[in-house]
Design a protein around this ligand. Structure first.
Ligand code: GLC
Ligand code: GLC
Length: 637
């Protein structure tokens, strides 16, 4: 093994020489100088990462040099307005920590028919207060089976049903002009089987066969499958599917989603090219899909391997060079210890918070907050320069990803508790208000997850009188614990399950479509009528958005625990300068009191921000069933 600084220096010179030779690629002007400055800053790290991944190959330095030339070219082609954004964000790197951040997510076709339709909804997005819009996969994809677009046939073509790349670029610019960052998926673990690379691989092309994990017979697949978990067992057992010519290809998800082989540096370079292409269209945040699965190694579960992090850091370093304002959001729906590993300014600055999401549902079912409180205390705070994306539900299933070790400390058996939660959410448990549907029920392993919209899972479909209160309570947590709140658009008007999903071509076998309804036009039309459930949900959420936007204590992610001495009431503090916010949230079915003694660490006079009134803490606080407050408090004198 060569000394790494020696590697750095030699390779730096090698790459610099190549860059100098490509004067047409990187001109001698201020833009070129900006790239060279970032090169000096980030090259050593990128070189180290690339060498860790590919250093054992004789061509690693040639590959790295080609990657750098590609990055330089992409920077040169980056539109001036995005370079201006890069410069602005360099001076305001904490922009995404603002209390004004609010995310929304939707499918283009289901929510707005096409990209023009999304554009037409801009006035509504502003009414809602969005500053972040995640449009789910909108690329060319197979028909009718595309996993909702998560099987990509070309990263450079918009699905013609939705529009064109020019329209996406224009939309990104218009959103940006209105203070909304465009978020798009970077589905880099796999391509569809119709991607050009996949077609060539299937036709037997040796170079492209190396883009995927393809084996001539079952020997290696059998060996890998000893240790790898099944993700979509309803679709196919194990992780491999057979090709027409008898070979086997790795497909973690559906048979038509083939995992890319990042052990091959060509794949890294090719995907870095697709990533920078998207960045140059004006995408500000890339949702890094399925990060846990991107590196495979025989004899391991092939999830969350150290190289998965090295890869993400290398992709991140490429962005720092050629599209420096772009951020990554990690989609790791795995054990909370593993989720945390992806969160780092040099890896993914943002991450979904699947633990908080799952435990909001857990607390709703049990009417107790011990697991959620423990998670906030133990697992919420993350490194400076990073942020959670907090959500109540997404387009995917709800999986019970809490740590069994954490649960055991509270006397809870993880396996039994998951069984209880699954039966509760499919309405097979006494006292359930939920109308959920099982997802990937696997009798062999006992694994099962839950599908359903927020409103259907929280009792609106069931006719529960507490449904609206529960919907607001769930969102109050996502809106105030710290991080960017992310709404599944339509949930702000209480959209219900769509049982027609099975009639749509290609959706019948995937129950997640039950919670991906079309734009609920009638519900939106009633959003300003507070006497309707949709009006009540909308008004409650709008209130939270506006209070949050004017409460600097709610910026960033830092949270301080607060014990309410009440099993049904969650408490946490969000420290600000001088004042702080104390949030209290009652998950029980009855009223609850937090005593004056419990609150005695704070000055007696406080402000209830959502009600807009003064309160006295020396009288204790009474919360109605599923009630919550955000109190602006000061420390006791
Ligand atoms: C992610 C997506 C999910 C998709 C999977 C495969 O988990 O959120 O919808 O099925 O990746 O791309
Ligand atoms: C994700 C998760 C899995 C989830 C699926 C999408 O990557 O690992 O639990 O169910 O993909 O539904």
């Amino acid at each position: 093994m060569v000394e790494s600084t020696v590697v750095d220096e030699a390779s730096r010179l090698h790459v610099l020489t190549a860059l100098a030779a490509g004067a047409d690629i990187l001109p001698e002007d201020p833009d070129g100088a900006a790239f060279r400055r970032r090169f000096d800053l980030h090259f050593p790290e990128l070189c180290r990462l690339f060498h860790d991944l590919y250093g054992s190959r004789p061509d690693w330095l040639e590959q790295l040099t080609a990657l750098l030339l590609q990055a330089a070219r992409s920077w040169t082609e980056r539109p001036p307005e995005l370079k201006a954004l890069d410069a602005e964000r360099e001076h305001n790197s904490g922009w995404f920590q603002s209390e004004r951040m609010l995310g929304g997510v939707c499918y283009v076709d289901r929510y707005a028919a096409d990209l023009d339709g999304v554009r037409a909804r801009l006035p509504y997005f502003k009414e809602l207060g969005l500053s972040y819009l995640h449009l789910m996969p909108l690329f060319l994809a197979p028909e009718p089976l595309s996993d909702g677009g998560y099987a990509v046939s070309s990263y450079r073509k918009v699905n013609p049903k939705l529009g064109t790349m020019e329209q996406l670029r224009a939309l990104a610019a218009e959103l940006r002009a209105n203070g909304i960052s465009l978020v798009v998926d970077f589905i880099f673990n796999h391509t569809s089987n119709e991607h050009e690379w996949a077609r060539k691989a299937a036709a037997g092309d040796a170079d492209y066969s190396d883009y995927y994990w393809i084996y001539p017979d079952r020997k290696m697949p059998d060996a890998f499958e000893e240790d790898v978990r099944e993700i979509f067992p309803d679709d196919h057992p194990g992780s491999f599917v057979e090709l027409a010519d008898g070979r086997w290809v790795w497909a973690t998800f559906h048979t038509f989603q083939w995992d890319l082989n990042y052990a091959n540096p060509e794949v890294f370079r090719a995907m870095a090219g697709e990533m920078l292409f998207l960045a140059n269209q004006g995408v500000e945040i890339l949702r890094m899909d399925a990060v846990a699965f991107i590196w495979k190694q025989l004899g391991t579960p092939c999830e969350n391997l150290p190289e998965a992090h090295t890869l993400l850091q290398a992709f991140n370093a490429v962005c720092r060079l050629a599209a420096p304002s772009v951020l990554f959001k990690s989609e790791a729906i795995v054990h909370p210890d593993e989720v945390a590993q992806y969160i780092d300014p040099a890896e993914c600055q943002l991450s979904y918070n699947p633990l908080q999401m799952a435990l909001i549902w857990e607390a709703m079912a049990t009417r107790e907050v011990s697991l959620l409180a423990q998670a906030l205390e133990r697992r919420h705070n993350i490194p400076a320069g990073t942020s959670w994306v907090n959500y109540v539900r997404s387009h995917d299933d709800i999986g019970w990803t809490f740590a069994d070790e954490d649960a055991a400390e509270l006397g809870i058996n993880g396996y039994d508790h998951r069984r209880f939660l699954n039966s509760f959410y499919v309405n097979r448990f006494p006292g359930s208000f939920a109308r959920g549907v099982p997802f990937q029920d696997n009798p062999r392993t006992g694994d099962c997850r839950i599908s359903g919209t927020t409103a259907s899972l929280l009792g609106l479909e069931d006719g529960s009188s507490q449904a609206v209160a529960r919907i607001l309570l769930a969102h109050s947590v996502a809106f105030s614990t710290g991080g960017i709140p992310l709404l599944y658009l339509g949930d702000e008007v209480g959209q219900l399950n769509d049982y027609q999903y099975a009639l749509e071509e290609g959706h019948g076998a995937d129950s997640r479509w039950v919670h991906r309804p079309h734009f609920p036009a009638e519900r939106y039309a009633r959003r300003h009528r507070p006497s309707t459930p949709e009006g009540a949900v909308f008004a409650g959420l709008r209130k939270m958005v506006s209070v949050r936007a004017s409460a600097p204590e709610l910026a960033g992610t830092r949270l301080v625990e607060f014990s309410t001495n009440n099993a049904g009431v969650l408490g946490y503090q969000r420290p600000g300068a001088g004042t702080q916010i104390l949030a209290l949230a009652n998950f029980s079915d009855g009223p609850q009191t937090i005593s004056a003694a419990t609150l005695s660490g704070f000055a007696a006079d406080a402000v209830d921000l959502l009600a807009g009134s003064k309160v006295r803490l020396d009288e204790g606080i009474v919360l109605g069933p599923h009630g919550f407050v955000w109190l602006r408090v000061r420390a006791a004198p």
